[in-house]
Write a protein that binds this ligand. Sequence first.
Ligand SMILES: *Cc1c(COP(=O)(O)O)cnc(C)c1O
Length: 462
Amino acid sequence: MDASPQLRRVTPAFGELREAAAQLERDIAAGPIVPHVASQEIRDYLSSRYDFTQPRPLDNVIADVEEMLRKWQVHVTHPRYFGLFNPSVTIASVVADALVAMYNPQLATLRTSPAANEIERHTLAWLAGKFGLPGHTAANFTSGGAEANSSAVLVALAHAFPEYRDRGLVGLKKSPAIYLTGGAHHGFLKTARMAGLGSRGLRTVAVDGDLRMNVADLERKISEDSKNGFVPFLVIATAGTTAAGVIDPLPEVARFCRSQNLWFHVDAAWGGAAVISPLLKRHLAGISEADSITCDAHKWFSVPMGAGMFFCRHPEAISQAFESDISFMPEKTAGALDPYSSTMQWSRRFIGLKFFLGLAERGESGYAELIEHQARMGDVLRQALLRAGWRIVNNTPLPLVCFTRYGLDTSKFLKTLYDRQIAWMSEVSLDGGLPVLRASITSFRTTEQDIEWVVREMSKIL
Ligand SMILES: *Cc1c(COP(=O)(O)O)cnc(C)c1O
């Protein structure tokens, strides 16, 4: 590489940043998890200090903001945050985000930021290979799983209905319909509205006793709907539902979709990371048949928000959905679509570096260890809860446990749990049932001792 001789790398400065991040980890682990604050208190504080009429020394403002962040947030990187997939973050990924901000590469076109674009392609191709997708698979980083899922809906629409591209849904005689379970992510509801399908375009498939998609019901609904003015075009299976970690029967759904010529999307926003673990990947068998996949880097891959990924085995459908040809953009690169012309975003941040850097640092097996550790902690949590007399009500190999006991008032229980700073977890109602507690392991720093302590303290609340 012939970087200019004057280029002095900023890397040495990151030594200090890494130390600061390590110190922060320790401070957070030793401090409270849940803040006691109302928005009004923060609004009053901000109005009294920041009317922006006078400049202020940057160091002071930074210190003030850090104080606010320490005091006034749920600490999702705390080892006893058993929450909604917000991970602890690797230091490599923190460094990556700072580096990206400093160089501020624009990834809308390939010409402007060739290094950044190729680093992303390289990283995505590696993961596409893990999923068992073919070499020609198209992929891009997204702001998160919701954007990746929206991409799937738009691409599947463009693929199934070529007239949709120019005439929109009003050009269709029948209503396109999407099939998913009640456990699928609710972001699809917003997408259905944005795409013009409306919420009626989402058809809810029944589930079995373990909350997995019932494929017989899928077949039945599709055949009925086809007679009633709908055109089924897309089936969404979830690999790790948000509420209960359920993995739909991917091989059966895949087979059915092939036989009916339906687009098969797998929403593996959280659970998809299991594919790099030799121990866990069998639970995702069938995902290699997907037409498209959503997987978040900012969940189980432990990088800061926002970093999702969208994979699609039909590059021509991507062009159908997103290709745009605008004179003010830099000249095209032959044989490759620019990101602005093959994805939902236009200006594009270098999202992928935080995943690349962590992966390069730890290697595939080091990364798999982070994931397997959390899966093991999920088992530890299940065992500890059972020993303490709790009843577990979900069934998943992923580290997400839904549990309850007779006569439990979940909201009251959680309030005490937060007040005593024991842990953060949430409540959820599965398949329309009574609310139960939900705890998932989302930090690679959560230890067996953390879990045993939390379960002991929980017994004291009862
Ligand atoms: C988190 C999640 C989403 C939404 O992803 P964001 O990254 O929050 O946009 C979608 N589907 C599943 C299964 C999820 O767990």
